[in-house]
Write a protein that binds this ligand. Structure first.
Ligand SMILES: [Zn+2]
Length: 260
C-alpha cells in the first residue's frame, strides 16, 4: 500500500472509550482556541486538526497539569498550526484565477465556456496557465471544471499507467502475477497492490511530475515481488528507481495540493 500521510496520530497512545466531556480553553501561548476532550484514556495527547487544537486527556487530570503539558508542547503546536494553515491556503482551487500544481509548476487556472470540453496547459503564456474549457462552465464553473479535469486526468492515467506497469512487471519477471490495473480515487491512497495481483492507482497522481508517477508505479509493481515494506522490498524499489527517496519527499511536501 502506498498511503497518504495521516496527520496527528503519532502522539496518540491512549484509547478513548465511554463518555467524553468537552471544554474550550483559550490560552495566551496558543494561536487558536483549544478543545479539551476528557475521556477514559490513560495519557495526555495533543493534535492539530483542521484549524483546531485538541487536547485529549484522562478524566481526572488537573487543569494545571493540562496547562503545563500544553505549555511544554506550545512550539510544536504553533508550528503545526502554521503548517496546516499554509497547506489550507495551497489547496487546489478550481475557480477562474485559482492555482493548480501540475507537473511541479504552479499554474493559473482559466475557465472558459466552450462547446467542446478540453484542458490545455500553456506553460509559455504569461502567467503560465491551465485553461479548462467546456459547455456549462459559465453556469457552474467549479463543478464543470472538476468534471472536465477529472476526465482529462483519467484518460491520461489510462493511456500511461497500465502500459508502464506491465512493462516494469515484465522487466522484473513478475508479469505473470499482474492480473489487473484499475483506477480509483480513494481518500487515503495513491496506489494499492493486492495479493491477487490487482494494482489500483489514484488517477489524481497524473497531476504530479513524471518522476513521481514512475516512482508510484515502481512502488506498486515491487509489491508483486514483496507484499510488505521490508528492507528487501525497498532494495527492489531502489534497483528500478534509484531516486525514490526524492519522490517520496516530493509527495510528502506537495500531495495536499493534488486533491479536488
Ligand atoms: Zn506499499
Amino acid at each position: 500500500m502506498f498511503a497518504r500521510k495521516k496527520p496527528g496520530t503519532n502522539t496518540d497512545t491512549g484509547t478513548d472509550t465511554g463518555k467524553e466531556t468537552v471544554e474550550v480553553l483559550t490560552l495566551a501561548g496558543l494561536p487558536l482556541d483549544c478543545r479539551l476532550v476528557r475521556s477514559r484514556r490513560k495519557s495526555l495527547a495533543v493534535h492539530v486538526r483542521h484549524d483546531q487544537i485538541e487536547v485529549r486527556a484522562p478524566l481526572f487530570v488537573s487543569q494545571q497539569d493540562i496547562l503545563r503539558f500544553l505549555d511544554k508542547h506550545s512550539d510544536w503546536v504553533s508550528r503545526k498550526v502554521r503548517e496546516k494553515q499554509q497547506r489550507q491556503a495551497e489547496q487546489l482551487d478550481l475557480r477562474d484565477g485559482g492555482r493548480i500544481l501540475y507537473q511541479a509548476r504552479s499554474l493559473n487556472i482559466e475557465l472558459c465556456e466552450a462547446p467542446q470540453a478540453s484542458v490545455e496547459v500553456l506553460p509559455q503564456a504569461q502567467p503560465q496557465r491551465m485553461r479548462i474549457s467546456g459547455p456549462g462552465i459559465a453556469l457552474a464553473p467549479q463543478e464543470r471544471a472538476a468534471a472536465i479535469l477529472k476526465n482529462w486526468l483519467q484518460s491520461m492515467a489510462r493511456n500511461y499507467l497500465p502500459d508502464r506497469t506491465h512493462a516494469l512487471a515484465a522487466h522484473l519477471g513478475v508479469d505473470h502475477k499482474l492480473k489487473e490495473v484499475v483506477f480509483r480515487k480513494t481518500r487515503s491512497k495513491w496506489g494499492h497492490c493486492t495479493a491477487a495481483g490487482r494494482i489500483q492507482y489514484n488517477w489524481l497522481i497524473m497531476l504530479a511530475p513524471d518522476g513521481v508517477i514512475d516512482y508510484m508505479i515502481c512502488h506498486e509493481v515491487c509489491h508483486l515481488l514483496h507484499m510488505n515494506h521490508s528492507p528487501v522490498y525497498w532494495k527492489a524499489v531502489a534497483s528500478v528507481c534509484p531516486d525514490y527517496k526524492r519522490y517520496v519527499g516530493w509527495l510528502k511536501q506537495h500531495e495536499h495540493r493534488l486533491w479536488f
